[in-house]
Design a protein around this ligand. Structure first.
Ligand code: PSU
Ligand code: MN
Length: 299
């Protein structure tokens, strides 16, 4: 893999580094907002004292720490594959471009030696997963790979309770940041009460360190709710989700295409409001992720 000089230097010198994914750029948001957001997320991480490492695959080579031109290319190039764990060997062998999901980004971050990763919202169990078996590989990865993920809870398009059950089974600690209610991406209120509330980046870092130090492989999920001022109206977003889910069924969308399809449809149905919320919550996660990474380097 190719690790940028800046990221290599930071890792060698105990300077905090935060990993970032590229599926959110290539398949999660429309151009040019996707690129603007990715660059702003990097800036936010820098402003909060850490070095960003955006991760993806170019011509079969894993890149840890993309430059702005590469980020721009991931934002606008057509036909970049969405790459999860199962897709990695194919993209490597065929020398393709790959936008890495949470699962694949965790793998590459771990290989590079990065412990903290910021995204918008991890994948999880889709609604009706009991029939479709559509459960994101992100959950499996959190169960075994030593990278912790800051996420605005779980995307509301999913089955949140089922997702939390699976995370429990996989042994993934879920820490709810400064609230006892699980965040559901576009709003702060899923109605699901959480057992483990954390209030500071230091607390999170201490738990990550305790996990690592006691040989408990796998990541920690930090559920960081969207700021109040950026939340969506619950009625509007829930209606949009219902319509998007119905459209997906009508259009026969399934498998890896479902998450990008739903996100895109919801943006259209809310006239772009859901995209604005999505951007705000990622930036909010970037701030927290950088602070956690900073605390970790001090422990
Ligand atoms: N968070 C966002 N937008 C996204 C994603 C996360 O705000 O597009 C992506 C992540 O890459 C995550 C993926 O891993 O959605 C989940 O896809 P799936 O459900 O197919 O596992
Ligand atoms: Mn899936």
């Amino acid at each position: 893999m190719k690790i940028s000089n800046e990221v290599q230097y930071a890792l060698k010198n105990n300077i905090p580094v935060v990993a970032l994914e590229s599926t959110i750029i290539s398949h999660g948001m429309p151009y040019p907002k996707n690129v603007e957001t990715a660059l702003l997320v990097e800036k936010t991480i820098r402003d909060n004292g850490a070095i960003p490492a955006t991760i993806g695959i170019i011509d079969g080579e894993a890149i840890v720490g993309m430059n702005p031109e590469e980020i721009e290319e991931f934002g606008k190039r057509k036909g970049i594959k969405k790459v999860s764990r199962r897709d990695l060997p194919i993209v490597y062998a065929k020398k393709l471009w790959g936008a890495t999901t949470v699962a694949a980004t965790m793998i590459l971050a771990a290989q590079a030696g990065i412990e903290i990763f910021v995204t918008g919202g991890i994948g999880g169990a889709h609604r009706k997963a009991n029939e479709t078996f559509d459960i994101s590989a992100d959950l499996e990865e959190l169960g075994k790979t030593n990278v912790s993920v800051v996420s605005a809870g779980v995307k509301a398009i999913l089955d949140l309770k089922l997702t939390l059950e699976i995370l429990e089974t996989k042994g993934v600690p879920v820490l709810s940041y400064q609230t006892d209610e699980f965040a559901d991406f576009y709003t702060r209120h899923s109605g699901i009460k959480m057992e483990n509330v954390v209030n500071t980046p230091l607390e999170v870092a201490q738990i990550i360190k305790a996990k690592r130090g006691n040989h408990l492989d796998g990541g920690v999920l930090i559920a960081n709710p969207i700021p109040e001022e950026d939340e969506m109206d619950p009625t509007i977003i829930n209606n949009a989700i219902e319509v998007a889910l119905a459209n997906a069924e009508k259009d026969g969308i399934s498998g890896k295409d479902i998450t990008p399809y739903l996100l895109k449809t919801i943006v259209e149905l809310t006239n772009g409001d859901s995209l604005e919320s999505n951007i705000k919550l990622v930036l909010n996660n970037a701030k927290l992720g950088a602070k956690i990474a900073k605390e970790l380097t001090r422990l």
